[in-house]
Design a protein around this ligand. Structure first.
Ligand code: DGT
Ligand code: CA
Ligand code: CA
Length: 580
């Protein structure tokens, strides 16, 4: 299926290629606006097309763009883009990936040197050929040499946020001991809370940049210093992860932090906005002519651009800038909002006590706890765990325990366990454990069937994702979420760093369909409740507010909900029964 992002990329590429061709700027803008609409549209455009919806009803989408989008959904291509690629004044857009190369420079490099890829450009820089090209000189050639030197340890992999967290903590502790650094922040995708990060980007406030760089260079966990400039440096840590350090003066702290936090698309959109206001935004501040009108804090930057402060998790150019202009940003859920965790796994009586203590110690006032059930699970095991949970819970004032069983789903979306195993459970969680290779249609049908099952309270691992190993499978999430909302079943966001399922975008889709999300640490060991912070960050990236999250609700409220599900739902026909 063609995703919104892919369609938006195609439209953007058309805009870029047209810009190369000196096309009418209004035409270029029309494609860019269309791309933005598609990118930040909450539902899958492909499903709109499948439903024969009128795309021109969307803002900024006229008949031409609608036809292109339809073509992309139906064929995976836009023929006019293919044609542009052939006729464009440069053979590819790859050069634009190089820092400092825009359309004009890329065209000059192609026309005057025949250079069209970053590799060819690197060679031309080393041969000192670039300084002769229109728009370049020895200075810009040297800057490019620096860019390539920095890119040498190519970011070959991305690291799950959960893996990076302890490294980041150690780094923070170490930087905290540096007398030359008055303040610092880990910026980049880490600060935006992406579930994987390519590297760590540190912004450090200092009056003595060289000393700050020396300090980090002498950290025991730094394997080597890759690049050193006056105000910045790049390191590789023992784990292989890259660290970029940028230093700043106090007056420019906010500007540098904003710049280095990104995302790039967010920052580019801010720059366009600055320009429209007769201002200029760069990593040193917001400027009116030669005068700096903002830069000490991020709030100052956003304020100068007529925006309220935008939380880092939202900075992806998915519509947050437009909302910030109207002071209509969503209120985002916080860790403090969470009152409980509804998916705590105890597979044996032994595990129960420590898990309950840990849950209470980290401020939760309720948990749902119980075993993962499979074909070998005995009724007695489940009963023993339930009894233990009831008994231990009584010893912890202020903690309420729900009895939980986690069962697998069949490929048809039924529960893969006998009814007797579910007896006595306050809630049943259905987990996708297999069947990752079903077609999109089969998967959608399966999950719709599952969420409408009378006994199901929460759907776990809704897209079968495994971070870095298995992409979320293809499923019409909007449909599943809508069915879940109707049936009163929640979808889960597991903060297990290896899962992080639902993704941020899927959370947003679920929210728009009106479904509740259960944010869980999926703890099986006491220390794992800490993961809830990772889950909250991802929920915020999905624009979720307190009212979208099931375990923000009180224990009393949930008790009522689960009781109704247990009684009513058993009697009620599932909404889509018989369609399997
Ligand atoms: P990552 O490391 O791949 O997970 O993603 P980021 O977002 O951390 O990207 P990174 O480390 O390449 O750069 C850190 C931030 O610096 C990025 O979010 C925005 C800013 N930045 C980097 N390159 C550019 C650029 O060419 N233009 C602009 N406007 N900002 C840039
Ligand atoms: Ca980064
Ligand atoms: Ca970086």
């Amino acid at each position: 299926m063609v995703t919104n992002a892919e369609i938006a990329d195609m439209l953007e590429e058309i805009a870029t290629l047209l810009a190369f061709d000196d096309a009418n700027p209004f035409r270029v803008r029309a494609y860019l606006n269309g791309a933005r609409t598609v990118r930040r549209y909450g539902k899958t455009i492909a499903s709109l097309v499948a439903d024969d919806a009128d795309l021109t009803a969307l803002p900024t989408i006229g008949t031409d763009l609608a036809a292109l989008i339809q073509e992309a959904v139906n064929t995976g291509h836009m023929r006019s883009l293919d044609a542009l690629r052939i006729s464009a004044p440069i053979p590819s857009l790859d050069l634009l990936e190089v820092e400092g190369i825009g359309p004009k420079k890329a065209r000059a490099l192609w026309q005057e040197l025949g250079v069209s890829t970053p590799e060819q450009l690197h060679r031309a820089v080393l041969d000192h050929k670039v300084r002769t090209v229109t728009g370049f000189g020895p200075g810009s050639e040297a800057r490019l040499a620096e860019v390539f030197a920095k890119q040498m340890p190519l970011k070959s992999r991305r690291y799950p946020l959960g893996t990076v967290m302890p490294i980041a903590d150690a780094l923070r502790t170490y930087l905290g001991t540096c007398p030359d650094i008055s303040r610092f922040e880990i910026a980049g995708s880490f600060r935006r809370g992406r579930d994987t990060v390519g590297d760590l980007d540190i912004v450090a406030e200092t009056h003595t940049p060289a000393a700050a760089i020396d300090h980090l260079a002498s950290w025991s966990r730094v394997k080597r210093l890759v690049l050193r400039g006056e105000a910045k440096a790049t390191f590789i840590l023992d784990e292989g992860i890259q660290v970029d350090l940028r230093t700043t003066e106090t007056e420019g702290w906010g500007a540098m932090l904003q710049y280095f936090t990104g995302s790039k698309p967010h920052s580019i959109a801010l720059r366009v906005r600055a320009k429209a206001k007769g201002l200029k935004l760069n990593e040193y501040g917001v400027w009116k002519g030669n005068q700096r009108v903002g830069g000490a804090t991020e709030t100052e930057i956003y304020d100068a651009l007529g925006l309220v402060f935008i939380p880092p998790e939202l900075r992806e150019n998915r519509g947050e800038i437009e909302l910030a202009a109207e002071d209509k940003l969503p209120i985002l859920v916080t860790r403090q909002d969470l009152k409980g965790d509804l998916h705590v796994i105890a597979n044996s009586v032994r595990d129960v006590g420590a898990l309950l203590k840990a849950a209470h110690a980290c401020g939760l006032s309720y948990v749902a706890i119980g075993p993962r059930i499979d074909a070998k699970t005995k009724r007695k095991t489940v009963e023993d765990i339930f009894r233990e949970a009831d008994a231990r819970c009584k010893d912890i004032p202020g903690l309420r325990c729900f009895r939980l069983v986690e069962v697998g789903l069949t490929k048809q979306g039924g529960l893969d366990a006998s009814d007797t195993l579910l007896e006595g459970a306050d809630l049943v969680i259905g987990a996708v454990r297999d069947g990752f290779d079903l077609t999109k249609a089969e998967q959608t049908k399966r999950l719709v069937q599952a969420v409408t099952h009378p006994r199901l309270s929460i759907l776990s691992h809704p897209t079968g994702r495994s971070v870095g190993e298995r992409e979320p499978f293809d499923v019409a999430m909007a449909k599943v979420a809508k069915a879940a909302a109707q049936a009163g079943t929640a979808l889960e966001l597991s903060a297990d760093p290896a899962r992080m399922d639902l993704t941020d975008l899927h959370c947003h889709t679920a929210q728009e369909a009106g479904a509740q999300i259960s944010v869980t640490a999926e703890a099986i060991r006491p220390a794992e409740f800490e993961r809830l912070t990772l889950g909250i960050v991802q929920a915020r990236r999905g624009w979720l507010g307190p009212s979208d999250v099931l375990n923000v609700r009180s224990a009393a409220d949930l008790e009522k909900t689960f009781r109704t599900q247990k009684t009513n739902k058993t009697a009620k026909e599932p909404v889509h029964a018989g369609s399997a």
